[in-house]
Design a protein around this ligand. Structure first.
Ligand code: IPE
Ligand code: IPE
Ligand code: MG
Length: 250
């Protein structure tokens, strides 16, 4: 795809019609590496560079929340060497980006079964979350050991326990009760969901939160995804009519 016209597109973005919450399924690192006869880890390294770029872009366009699917509950099935390579990369990423996040007033947050991550990774995450805790301009949500079905099961368990101890009246359970017991509590719903690499599936990502998201699939492999394509997608998003089941005003 050619995104060379994006400099003008960037200027055309309407700041009042930008998504508040963008979520990305960053897929295709392995295929990117395979095409170059490289190791899958090399693909993940390049993928981390694309993350750096898109975090900066999202901040520049004043997007309030960016959620990145970095490691799923299903990804634990991958070979040990790939998993440990990814965990090492994550620690390196956190160390190298800490200052950028602080300077750009971005708060780091995680969603997923963080307790399953190696201790060294959890410590790196804690350190950056502490250093960025008071930042208000954007939240960067890293989905790590994340699975939407596990998230839903956890939500049900919490609500069930609260109904048993009387903290919640079952008859009073609303959509807000559910949303308040998900990892994403307090965040706006996802306005725009992007998946790279040409796969047309959700792969157990944010099932509740994408109920009314605009979805954009691109064949670009994640390491090749850059600001120009991001801007083109934001532009496309701004030209969609979000009706939410209603009839547009005439
Ligand atoms: C996405 O790239 C990154 C993770 C899932 C961790 P993949 O590793 O899934 O790359 P492909 O899909 O094999 O190309
Ligand atoms: C989804 O990609 C998970 C992440 C991007 C972290 P996968 O490559 O794991 O998903 P499938 O196997 O194509 O469904
Ligand atoms: Mg994949």
């Amino acid at each position: 795809m050619n995104f060379s016209s994006s400099a003008s597109m960037r200027n055309e973005l309407d700041p009042d019609r930008l998504p508040k919450h963008v979520a990305i399924i960053m897929d295709g690192n392995g295929r990117w590496a395979k095409k170059r006869l490289l190791n899958r880890i090399n693909g993940h390294e390049k993928g981390a560079d694309a993350v750096r770029t898109i975090v900066k872009s999202a901040r520049k366009f004043n997007i309030a929340a960016l959620t990145l699917y970095a490691f799923s509950t299903e990804n634990w099935q991958r070979p040990h060497a790939e998993i440990s390579g990814l965990m090492l990369l994550l620690r390196r990423f956190l160390a190298s980006e800490r200052q950028t996040l602080v300077e750009n007033e971005i708060r780091l947050n995680t969603i997923g079964q963080i307790e399953r991550l190696p201790e060294a990774v959890r410590e790196s995450l804690e350190a950056v979350m502490d250093a960025t805790a008071n930042n208000k301009k954007m939240v960067l949500n890293l989905a790590l050991s994340y699975g939407a079905r596990v998230e839903i099961v956890e939500m049900v368990k919490q609500i069930a326990a609260k109904t048993l101890n009387g903290a919640i009246d079952p008859a009073g359970i609303t959509q807000k009760t559910v949303a308040d017991h998900l990892y994403t509590r307090g965040m706006p719903d996802v306005d725009l969901l992007i998946r790279t690499s040409g796969e047309m599936r959700i792969s157990n990502f944010l099932l509740w939160q994408i109920a009314y998201s605009e979805i954009f699939f691109t064949p670009t492999l994640w390491p090749d995804f850059g600001e120009d394509e991001f801007v083109a997608i934001l532009n496309d998003y701004q030209h969609r009519e979000r009706r939410f089941g209603a009839i547009p005003p005439t």
